[in-house]
Design a binder for this molecule. Structure first.
Ligand code: ADP
Ligand code: MG
Length: 272
């Protein structure tokens, strides 16, 4: 990509320019740029260790870039603390499911709202009369969030009894509680079967059609092809390819970097 091309590219809702993040001698993210247009489902692919989670951490403010620019909706966010970035409208889920032990599905989602809004609402858990209405309102809001991920029928069971796919959807409901404009999903379908994965894909489309922008770290090539409007591929912290999913996935560099090991394995198998 030349400077002239990048200058003529319309600004995305999220813009990353020449981001750098080093851990000791490892360049986890290196001279990396990408743009996510508003109202799209963007995919982020790359082999293990490519720097995808580090990038999500930089965007969500869990880590700060050593250099480069990260802009969201016109704000420079690369130096902001995570809670300010969240307040601007970025929410995320994590590569590993993070749910609270011993809580129902509804409580998981309500707890997300408590944590965001601070201590005043703790009074409602203590049962103070004035706070009862606030708790009811919060509960209604949590039910509405669960409805967005098709989980209202599971509201009152312990979250740990849910399938892996359902637990991921609880996390997404919790993330939606902050009314984000951009949702970052780090490997949302890891460990899921084909049916559960497709449900996540369909969910990203429903969210997009409701006005949200989604950036999804995704290994499942079928899902990227079927559900992502565009994809960016990272390798060793750097940009390897970007564009339409079908073209990107077929790109020889992507095939070599991303499927190299599998291709080797298949060749070795075919030689047996
Ligand atoms: N907190 C950290 N401390 C040290 N090294 C890290 C840390 N996080 C990630 N790395 C390293 O940065 C590189 C990119 O990791 P990561 O962003 O998790 O990749 P991906 O999500 O694409 O698998 C890897 O080499 C990883 O070991
Ligand atoms: Mg990762």
């Amino acid at each position: 990509m030349t400077g002239a091309q990048s200058a003529s590219t319309p600004d995305g809702l999220l813009v990353v320019e020449s981001a750098e993040k080093h851990f000791g001698g490892v360049a986890a993210v290196s001279d990396f740029s990408m743009s996510v247009p508003a109202g799209s489902v963007a995919g982020l692919m790359g082999p293990n260790g490519a720097g995808k989670t580090t990038l999500v951490n930089l965007i969500s403010g869990l880590l700060h870039a050593d250099a480069g620019v990260i802009r969201f909706a016109g704000h420079d966010i690369q130096r902001l603390p995570a809670h300010e970035i969240a307040a601007l409208g970025i929410a995320r889920t994590y590569q590993n499911v993070r749910l609270f032990a011993g809580m129902t599905v509804l409580e998981q989602v309500m707890a997300g709202s408590f944590l965001r809004r601070g201590t005043t609402l703790w009074a409602s858990f203590l049962g103070l009369p004035k706070a009862r209405a606030a708790r009811k309102a919060l509960e209604a809001e949590a039910i509405a969030l669960l409805d967005r991920v098709n989980l209202t029928h599971r509201a009152h069971v312990l979250a740990e009894t849910l399938s892996y796919g359902e637990q991921r959807r609880v996390e997404i409901a919790r993330a939606l509680g902050s009314a984000p404009r951009l949702l970052l999903l780090d490997e949302p379908t890891a460990g899921m079967n084909a049916q559960e994965s497709s449900e996540i894909g369909e969910l990203t489309h429903r969210l997009r059609d409701g006005g949200l922008t989604v950036l999804m770290v995704e290994h499942n090539v079928r899902l990227v092809r079927e559900f992502c409007d565009a994809v960016t591929v990272m390798n060793f912290g750097r940009l390897l390819a970007k564009g339409r999913p079908a073209e990107c996935i077929e790109h020889p560099d992507v095939q070599a970097a991303y499927f190299g090991k599998r291709a080797d394995a298949e060749r070795i198998r075919s030689l047996r």
